[in-house]
Every structure is written in structure tokens, then in C-alpha cells.
Design a protein around this ligand. Structure first.
Ligand code: FRU
Length: 906
């Protein structure tokens, strides 16, 4: 729509630029004949004059001397809607007169040129006075003839008005001159050819003539030519009419003396156009426009010729100027058109440019809108994703928390159930065993209780039911007491525990029960992660408004993520939840917040952790219901069940092979102690609290069995199992994974890692010892298989590879008597002890025996398959002497080498 309006405006603009249309006039010109020079001159005169009237359009018709043709052409012109008719009628015939009458009646102005009609139906007649010309000729004849003479008159078309009037004038002119006599009249019809014909037909008359007067120069010259050809001597004088310029026309012929005289007969072409312009402009025009004529003969020809030539030149100049003007007009017109085209293109280009700009702008706008929408959608999407991520994370954390809580419950439960089962299994229980078992049970029951208390505390805090019951007390004494409570534990763990403060007395509003729990948790946590020889400092200091309690250790420290989320309830750190870092820290923060205080943690991995508690001084920050009604200065006595030495009942299990070595990796010291106590009697056992240290122990001991907890700080049980099973040196050692985690996916993870047995906590001791025995027995069976047949199943690919490599290395050096266990263990990338333990575990023999066995086997093959001497065979299989070879051979084969050779039929 917008485009259409713009196009319309453009068109209107262009229309306005076009010059106002001027009215053009069509002028019909009906010529009786166009075939002679005089008529050509007339048409030139008309066209020349028309150049002054650019709004006139000439429609030219040549009737070629035919009245019928001229009639038809008049009709055509009328049909072409001419505004004016110029006509030179062929003759004065009634039909032609009637036709012109009709045109005139239609209101089309009519100008008669040169010849007349018999009616008055015309606006203007333009032409010379032919009667007068005839008279001038008649009067001039006596002078030309001197004494009079015989005359032959050559007529134009007898029915045309000039011929009639010229004849009439001639008669009048010679009427007073009796000496002049017309002896003949020839009818040449204005035409050169007709004149020639009639002249040829009337030579006799012409021979008599003294002077020939023709109605025009063309006929006079044509008759003269006939006379010359007929040999008429002397030639008569010749007189004509028209006096045209040009090399073959009247004026030239006068100059040459061919014609004696001629009479100027103007064409009236210019006057006709001038008159037409007046009529069309509505101005008055003369009805009769008589053109002047003069006699031209030898007396005035030079002057006239000069003037005529000049005129001719001027006319030629005018024509060439006209041509030039025409060319310029054409150029102008084409340039104008080009200009219009250029302007149109320019306007179109501008318009299209504006249009394109408009479209670009619109596109930009819509793009911007879309971008904005896109951004908004993306932002919304991000928000939704963020919310759903948070929700998912929260759910995952909750689930993790539940599984952690279950785990935390299972460990003390297992340490309650196991001694109970052990006690029940014993027929007679000693007093000592009973007490020890019960202490174990009590300790773990308390631990459970504390766990449940903490959960309830948290639940209360969550529900907003936890109320501060603060009273003003000396915080110095309060802290000193707590630190003192931990001193024994510090002493045992060889940790430098100090309470540092410059204050001796510092009153502070706090809830002793809650703050005690906070400090208990933070200190327990510090002990858990501080190694032997480390320090734990409790620092008390004050600022103008706050009291600061700082618990600083140089223990394991936390990673950035652990630190960031240390107080989050559901965050498990890397893999491990612990009471201290899980419930304990979350609860501590809640309790500090209840005090309107702040707790912050700063920690660097492997450098240590600092908890900084800041509590406001005074009681202005406390609501009335946050103050205890009674002063509760008594701090609950902490229970350090972990410190209690427990002597476990003696295991009822039968003594197994004490030479069997076992590595136990368990971070829970209670459980570790318990298992140690149970197994120490049947195997040689060494325990570790982390998988990293356990791995080192495994490598140095190459034990017969590994018992490992799954959930360990740092490397976990699965990772350790995988490492054990992938290492040549340890791949043969069976692994028993212990865990409180009973989820099925964990089992799968365990089996993928290659664990041999998976035992879920709580387990009973008998089950554990039985399982261990079964595992060791299975190992022995496998050993037998390895040592007797060297046949391996798919399940023992790693061992097979190990033995293949071992055998191949021995065979490579079989001729080398110096080849030793040291060299072999270096080749295998193991220590001597590792190689010894591995070979013994797989083959139940020492490495040297195995080397000897390979040598003997090779010797047997040589004895059987070759004729080599015993000495050679001994030498080739790495024995220094044939005697020693024979002795060893007999020991192993119960026959000498030669007996063996005989027995196999060589
Ligand atoms: C030309 C002409 C002239 C003559 C005139 C008379 O066609 O024959 O020679 O003067 O016509 O109409």
C-alpha cells in the first residue's frame, strides 16, 4: 500500500515536470501537382515558413494533375481532422468547387493558393494577378517584335483559372495592337511533355510564328526545343511565365538568351502559411492576397539574377540553419528525454534507497526486538535451570545426608551387635570379658545417643524451636574447663593443646549448654584432622563490642569447596561425611547464630584450619525470652567414650596359620581395634587408617589378604582394590571389602574394582573369621594349580601374564649360571621381597627353586630331544658342573639324567 502511494506521488512529480502541452494544428495541403520545379519551390517556401510555427503540422497531398485524385485526397484530409486546408485546385471544375465548398461548410478554413474555384467558399486567395500578367505580356509583345508579328499561344490547362486569366489578359493586351496576330493556340496543359507533343503536331504553325508565348517557362522551353529539333530557322522568340531561379529555369534562360522575356510568378507559399497562422490564431486575414509580378528580360535580368541568387543563397543558409536547428532540436529532445530518464531513475533510486533504508531500519528494529525477546527467554531459561539445579542439588544432598546418617548409625550399631554376638557365642564368659564387652557396647550406645541428640537439636533449630537460654558467666573459666577436658586426649594423641588468653575474667552472656556443644564439636573436629605432633590452640580475645573464640589447628585443612560449604548440613565434602564436619559444624553454626554471633572458617589444605567465633558483649542484643530464668552456671560433663580403654573378650576362633599376613585398612579406630583384637590371634595383622598408607604397607609386606573399608578419607576402598588388582606385585592378593554402605550400586562398583569378597557392616566376628579362612584356603588351591600345571583360567589373566613373563626371563638366561634372584627381580621391576612373596603366593615355592625347576625342565627336554652329552646339557642349562647337575636332577626326578634318557627311549 505504502509502495503504491509512493509510486503515485512519483508519477505526479514527473507529470509536473513535463512542459504544458501547447495546442498543435494540422494543416492539410492539397497540391494539384508536385511534379514541376515551380511547385517544388512553393513547397520549399511553405516548409521554410513552417519552421517559424513549431505547433503547425503539415499534411501534404500531391494529386499529380488529377482532379479525381485531388477529390479523394481532400476527403482523406478532412478525415484526418485538419484544422485548415490550403489547396491549389487542379481546375475550376464544379466537382472540385463543390468538394471545397463542403470543407468550408464544415467550418474548416480554406486558403486557395495560385488557382481559383468558381465559388466563394474560401477564407483567403493568395496568388499573382494572372489577368494582369496576361495583359503585361500582350502589351509587351509589340516592343519585343519591333514591328509586330505572328504569335503562337501555348496554353496551360484550359480549365484552370491561371490559364484562362492569362489568355484573357493577353487578348486584352494585344487588342490595341493590330500588328500582332495570334496564329495558333496549342494546349500544353502546363506540362513539358504535353507541350512537346502539341508542338510536334503543329510544326507548320510554329514555322510561321515570330513569337511563341507559353503560359509558363517550362512549356516555352519545351516548344523551343521542338523548333530547334525541327530545324526551324530563324527560331521565333519565346516568352514564358514564372521566372524561376535555378540552372534550368527561367532566369538562367533569360541570361542565356534562350528566352526573350518571362514574368515573375511568385508561389505564395510563405504568404499561405502566414495567412493560415492568422486564421488559426483567430485574426483577420485578407480575402485576396495579390502577389506582385514584373517583366524580366535582357534589360533587368542581371540585377534580378543577382538578387535571386542572393536570395537563393540566403534561403539555402536558412535551410541549413533550419536543419541545424532541427538537429539541435533533436539533440535537445533526446537530451531532454535522457534527462527525464535520468531524473526518473534518480527519483526511483532515491525512492528505492529510502525504501531500502526503511526496510533495513524495520529489520533492525524487529531484530532488536527478537534479540531482546531471546535474551529475556534465555534469562528465564537460565533462572529456571538455576532453580531446578538448586532443587536437584538439594534433593541429592538430602539423599546423601540420609545415606550418611544411615552409615553413621550402622558403625556404632555394628560395634554394639558384634560384642553382643561374641558374648552370646561363648559358653562361659569371664568377668573380665563381660565387662570389656559391655564397655564397648556402652561406648557405642552413647555415641548413638549423641548422634540422635544432634539430629534432634538440628531438627529443633530447623523448626525454630531452639531457644537461647543465656546467662552472664565467666567465659575464661568456661573455656579453660573445656580445654582441660580435652587435655588427656591431646596427651595421648601427642597434640599440643593450649588455651591462650590474656584475660583472667571476662563476663559474657551465653547459653553454656549450647556453647559447650559448639566447642566440643569444633575441638573434636580439630583432633580428628590434626596428626600426631600437631597443635590445637583455643584463643580467647576481646574487641570493644565482641568476644572472639578462635580454634586453630595445623591439621589436614580443607579444600576451597569444603571450606565454602563447611557449615552446610547436606554437603558431604568430597566423599566423606563425618560427624564433626557434617552435623557437628551445621549445628555449631546454628547455635552461634542463636547467640547473635558469627562463625567463620579459614583453612588451607595441608596447613590447617581456624574457626573464628565472634559473640556480642553485653545483653542489649538479647530478647527477654532468650535469657535464662535461673543461672545455669553448670556445664554438662563431656563424655569421652573414645578415650576409654576397652579390653575385648578373647576370640573363640581356632588359631589359623599365624604366618599368614593380613593388612587391615579402616579409618574408624574402634572398628579397627576390634578387628585387630579378633584376628591378631589367628593371623599376623597390621592396620592402617588411610588407603594411601595402606598401599605402602601392602607393597612392603605383600600380605596374604587385604581387609579394607570402602569409605575412607582420600583414596577409597574401591580405588585401592583396583590399584591392588592392576599391579603385578599385588594382583594375586585377595581383597575383602568392608563397609556399612549396602547399596547395590556400591556392590557393583566393588566387583568391578576386583574385590574378592564384600562384607556389609554390621558383621559378626565368626562370619568375618570364617570368610577370611575361606579366602585363604581358596588362595592355597589356586597356588596348587599354578605350581603343578601352570594352567590358568581366564579369571587369572594377570597372574598368567606374570608367570609367563617370569618364566620367559628365566629361560632367556638359562645358560647363565650366574643368573640370580636379584637380577630376576630387577628385570621384573620388583624388590627381592616382593618377588619372593608373589612367587611364594602363586607357586608355594621360593624363587630359586622355581629357577632350578625351569633349568631341570629344559635339561629334560634336551636329554629327550638331543644326543648332547650330560656335561653339555648341564652347561646349557646353567649348571656349573655335571656332578652338581646330576645330584640336583636325581633329587627332583628320582633318577639320574642318563636313567631319564633311557626311560624316555632315546
Ligand atoms: C506550375 C504552373 C506554373 C504556372 C502555374 C499556373 O504547375 O504550371 O508554371 O505558372 O502552374 O497555375
Amino acid at each position: 500500500m505504502r509502495l503504491r502511494i509512493l509510486l503515485l506521488l512519483l508519477w505526479m512529480g514527473l507529470s509536473c515536470q513535463t512542459p504544458a502541452e501547447k495546442k498543435t494544428y494540422s494543416i492539410g495541403f492539397s497540391q494539384c501537382t508536385g511534379g514541376d520545379e515551380w511547385r517544388r519551390v512553393m513547397l520549399n517556401d511553405i516548409n521554410r515558413e513552417l519552421t517559424l510555427y513549431p505547433d503547425f503540422r503539415l499534411i501534404y497531398k500531391d494529386a499529380a494533375n488529377s482532379t479525381a485524385t485531388q477529390l479523394a485526397q481532400i476527403k482523406e484530409l478532412v478525415q484526418q481532422d485538419i484544422d485548415l486546408l490550403i489547396i491549389s485546385p487542379n481546375e475550376t471544375s464544379p466537382v472540385l468547387t463543390a468538394a471545397i465548398d463542403e470543407v468550408f461548410q464544415k467550418g474548416i478554413p480554406v486558403i486557395l493558393l495560385d488557382r481559383k474555384i468558381t465559388s466563394e467558399s474560401y477564407n483567403s486567395f493568395i496568388g499573382a494577378d494572372n489577368l494582369e500578367i496576361g495583359r503585361m505580356v500582350g502589351e509587351a509583345l509589340p516592343t519585343l517584335l519591333k514591328k509586330g508579328g505572328k504569335i503562337v499561344e501555348v496554353w496551360g490547362l484550359a480549365s484552370s483559372s491561371p490559364a484562362q486569366e492569362r489568355h484573357k489578359g493577353l487578348i486584352e493586351g494585344i487588342s490595341k495592337k493590330p500588328a500582332v496576330q495570334i496564329i495558333g493556340q496549342l494546349y500544353g496543359q502546363w506540362e513539358q511533355d504535353t507541350a512537346r507533343k502539341v508542338a510536334l503536331a503543329n510544326l507548320d504553325i510554329l514555322r510561321e510564328a515570330d513569337l511563341v508565348f507559353a503560359h509558363n517557362d517550362v512549356m516555352a522551353l519545351s516548344v523551343q526545343q521542338v523548333c530547334k529539333e525541327a530545324g526551324i530557322r530563324p527560331l521565333p522568340l519565346f516568352v514564358g511565365i514564372d521566372g524561376l531561379p535555378g540552372p534550368k529555369s527561367g532566369l538562367q534562360k533569360i541570361m542565356e538568351g534562350t528566352l526573350t522575356a518571362t514574368f515573375l510568378y511568385p508561389t505564395g507559399g510563405e504568404e499561405a502559411i502566414e495567412t493560415a497562422a492568422r486564421i488559426l490564431a483567430g485574426k483577420a486575414a485578407k480575402r485576396e492576397y495579390v502577389l506582385n509580378s514584373i517583366r524580366i528580360d535582357r534589360s533587368n535580368i542581371k540585377a534580378i539574377k543577382t538578387q535571386s541568387d542572393k536570395l537563393l543563397l540566403q534561403q539555402q543558409d536558412i535551410e541549413s540553419l533550419n536543419q541545424r536547428i532541427g538537429q539541435l532540436n533533436d539533440t535537445y529532445a533526446s537530451q531532454k528525454n535522457a534527462l527525464y530518464v535520468i531524473i526518473t531513475c534518480l527519483v526511483l533510486a532515491v525512492f528505492l534507497g529510502i525504501w531500502a533504508l526503511y526496510l533495513v531500519r524495520a529489520k533492525q528494529l524487529s531484530n532488536r526486538k527478537l534479540e531482546l525477546q531471546n535474551r529475556q527467554i534465555n534469562e528465564q531459561k537460565d533462572k529456571i535451570e538455576e532453580v531446578s539445579n538448586k532443587a536437584r542439588q538439594a534433593t541429592e544432598e538430602k539423599l546423601r545426608f540420609y545415606s550418611y546418617i544411615s552409615h553413621e548409625f550402622r558403625t556404632p550399631l555394628s560395634l554394639i551387635l558384634t560384642p553382643v554376638e561374641d558374648l552370646l557365642n561363648q559358653k562361659a564368659i569371664s568377668q573380665k570379658d563381660l565387662k570389656s564387652g559391655l564397655l564397648y557396647i556402652q561406648k557405642n550406645a552413647h555415641r548413638l545417643l549423641r548422634l540422635v541428640d544432634q539430629m534432634l537439636d538440628l531438627r529443633k533449630t530447623d523448626a525454630g524451636q531452639q531457644l537461647l537460654q543465656a546467662s552472664e558467666q565467666d567465659v575464661v573459666q568456661f573455656l579453660r574447663e573445656i580445654v582441660t577436658d580435652f587435655q588427656q586426649k591431646a596427651h595421648k594423641s601427642k597434640i599440643d593443646l593450649q588455651f591462650i588468653t590474656s584475660a583472667t575474667f571476662l563476663p559474657l552472656w551465653f547459653d553454656a549448654e549450647k556453647l559447650d556443644k559448639v566447642l566440643f564439636n569444633l575441638l573434636s573436629n580439630a583432633f580428628k584432622y590434626t596428626p600426631k605432633g600437631g597443635f590445637i590452640h583455643v584463643i580467647l580475645q576481646e574487641t570493644a563490642e565482641n568476644v572472639q573464640i578462635i580454634i586453630k589447628d595445623n591439621g589436614e585443612g580443607m579444600s576451597d569447596t569444603e571450606k565454602e560449604r563447611a557449615f552446610d548440613l547436606y554437603f558431604s565434602g568430597q566423599k566423606k561425611y563425618s560427624l564433626g564436619t557434617g552435623l557437628g559444624l551445621a549445628l555449631s553454626r546454628e547455635f552461634v547464630h542463636l547467640h547473635h554471633g558469627e562463625i567463620e572458617v579459614t583453612s588451607t589444605k595441608n596447613e590447617g584450619t581456624t574457626f573464628d567465633i565472634s559473640l556480642p558483649k553485653g545483653d542489649a542484643h538479647l530478647m527477654p525470652d532468650e535469657k535464662a530464668l535461673l543461672d545455669k552456671t553448670e556445664r554438662p560433663t563431656p563424655t569421652f567414650w573414645e578415650e576409654t580403654e576397652v579390653v575385648l573378650p578373647t576370640p573363640a576362633a581356632e588359631i589359623a596359620d599365624a604366618a599368614t599376613s593380613v593388612v587391615l585398612i579402616e579409618d574408624n579406630t574402634d572398628l579397627s581395634h576390634y578387628i585387630l583384637d579378633k584376628l591378631a590371634k589367628i593371623v599376623s595383622i597390621q592396620s592402617f587408617t588411610t588407603a594411601e598408607r595402606g598401599w605402602e604397607g601392602i607393597l612392603s609386606m605383600i600380605p596374604d589378604l587385604i581387609i579394607c573399608d570402602v569409605m575412607l578419607p582420600g583414596m577409597d576402598g574401591f580405588e585401592l582394590t583396583q590399584r591392588v588388582k592392576e599391579d603385578f606385585r599385588t594382583s594375586h592378593i585377595p581383597v575383602l571389602l568392608l563397609t556399612a554402605k549396602s547399596q547395590i550400586d556400591a556392590k557393583i562398583e566393588g566387583s568391578r574394582a576386583g574385590a574378592d569378597v564384600y562384607l556389609t557392616k554390621p558383621f559378626n566376628t565368626t562370619h568375618l573369621t570364617e570368610t577370611i579362612k575361606t579366602m585363604l584356603n581358596n588362595r592355597a588351591k589356586i597356588q596348587r594349580r599354578f605350581s603343578s600345571e601352570y594352567v590358568f583360567t581366564n579369571e587369572n589373566k594377570i597372574e598368567k601374564r606374570f608367570l609367563n613373563e617370569l618364566t620367559a626371563r628365566i629361560e632367556t638366561h638359562i645358560a647363565d649360571s650366574e643368573f640370580s634372584v636379584e637380577k630376576l627381580s630387577t628385570d621384573m621391576g620388583m624388590s627381592r621381597v616382593q618377588l619372593y612373596r608373589k612367587v611364594h603366593a602363586l607357586l608355594q615355592m621360593n624363587v630359586n627353586d622355581y629357577i632350578t625347576e625351569i633349568r631341570i625342565n629344559k635339561a629334560k627336554a634336551l636329554l629327550r630331544d638331543t644326543n648332547k652329552s650330560i656335561a653339555d646339557v648341564a652347561y646349557e642349562t646353567g649348571f656349573n658342573s655335571a656332578a652338581y647337575f646330576t645330584t640336583l636332577f636325581r633329587q627332583k626326578q628320582q633318577q639320574t639324567p642318563s636313567e631319564f634318557r633311557k626311560s624316555v627311549g632315546v
